[in-house]
Ligand binder design. Structure first.
Ligand SMILES: [Zn+2]
Length: 352
């Protein structure tokens, strides 16, 4: 699936979804054709909380969440407006729709497309509407607001403000690594898991050159692509200065190729940038683990190929997620119980 930005060969490419930019944990398998969206909550009473720069839409149990969104959203707006050195027209407030749980978010009618559980939020390009669920963590909620708001500003720069049904035919190709990397970079969205995944990917040749990141379709785990893109912009910030990142976006929005923008702004080619970043990351990673014993010295491996895992509060079980397969490992006996019910894939719901 092509996740590149805009339209190709003069034809709209997959209209909606191509233009949605999913947050961190989104996955390229988000679009499961044929899965119907079920709405259990068509009785919701929506309210609007207006702030200086947002119209925040929420339903009854989410009033406190709306207030948190107002606080976090305004702070993110100030930060992002400074970053782009750009202030949208006051009448163009950002519509921000918040949902109390990821499951309720999946019922959104802002898009008719089925949203996989991995989608942590989205910004649609026609009206700059942002939709975000609360997944239980205010930290994540805050980061996702900043991430999606960055997309809203990016769209303003690329397509202009206001409703954009015509402007979207402008042929602009900003690589996904720039769009998503910048959103993560601006949100400073990096935690222990992100660092671990990226370090592991760098050491095991699971990262890819920028030329292959126009879309994220080459990655089996799209999360890695987000973290690589963010890390490359972090590297640019450290070596060349933070002001280079918004300038890169602005030039790409004016239809300059990524390679030309990098050459003009940083004085090196796109491939050289990737090579320098890769060398830096490997050096950092090796320096951290130099002299340490192999992981096997600390304990026996439980299972390979696990994408996500979590330990139960009593420490007796480890829940694992390996692609679409759930498992449970008894930490004492190491017995594995696979939750192999394939209906998981069909209904698209499972919780580790
Ligand atoms: Zn995004």
């Amino acid at each position: 699936m092509n996740w590149s930005f805009g339209f190709q060969n003069g034809k709209p490419a997959r209209y909606w979804m191509i233009l949605l930019f999913f947050s961190v944990s989104a996955c390229a398998q988000a679009l499961d054709f044929g899965i119907n969206k079920v709405r259990y909550h068509d009785h919701w009473q929506w309210h609007v909380l207006e702030t200086d720069h947002f119209e925040i839409y929420y339903y009854d149990p989410c009033e406190k969440l709306a207030q948190a969104a107002a606080r976090d959203g305004e702070a993110a707006y100030l930060k992002t407006s400074r970053l782009f050195n750009y202030v949208p027209q006051p009448q163009n407030k950002v519509p921000l729709f918040i949902y109390g749980t990821p499951q309720q978010f999946q019922e959104t009618n802002i898009t008719e497309e089925y949203l996989d559980e991995g989608v942590g939020g989205f910004t649609e390009v026609f009206k700059n509407r942002i939709a975000i669920p609360m997944d239980g963590s205010y930290y994540e909620f805050n980061k996702v607001i900043t991430h999606e708001l960055t997309h809203a500003f990016q769209y303003d720069l690329i397509y202009g403000e206001g409703w954009r049904s015509i402007n979207l035919f402008k042929s602009v190709l900003v690589p996904t690594w720039m769009m998503e990397g910048m959103a993560e970079w601006n949100a400073q969205h990096l935690d222990g898991q992100g660092e671990m995944v990226l370090r592991d990917a760098v050491l095991n040749d699971q990262v890819l050159p920028l030329g292959l990141l126009n879309s994220f379709g080459h990655f089996p785990q799209v999360y890695t692509a987000y973290k690589e893109s963010q890390s490359i912009l972090d590297y640019i910030t450290q070596v060349y200065g933070a002001d280079k990142v918004p300038e890169m976006l602005k030039r790409m929005a004016n239809n300059q190729s990524a390679d030309a923008v990098i050459k003009n702004l940083l004085g090196i080619s796109e491939d050289q940038l990737y090579g320098n970043w890769h060398f830096y990351m490997r050096t950092q990673a090796w320096a951290r683990i130099k002299g340490l014993p192999q992981p096997e010295k600390y304990g026996d491996p439980l299972q390979e190929g696990v994408g996500k895992s979590d330990v139960s509060p009593d420490g007796r079980s480890v829940a694992t997620l390996e692609r679409q397969h759930l498992g449970l490992i008894d930490s004492l006996t190491k017995n594995k119980t696979g939750l192999k019910d394939d209906s998981f894939n069909k209904i698209g719901r499972a919780h580790v």
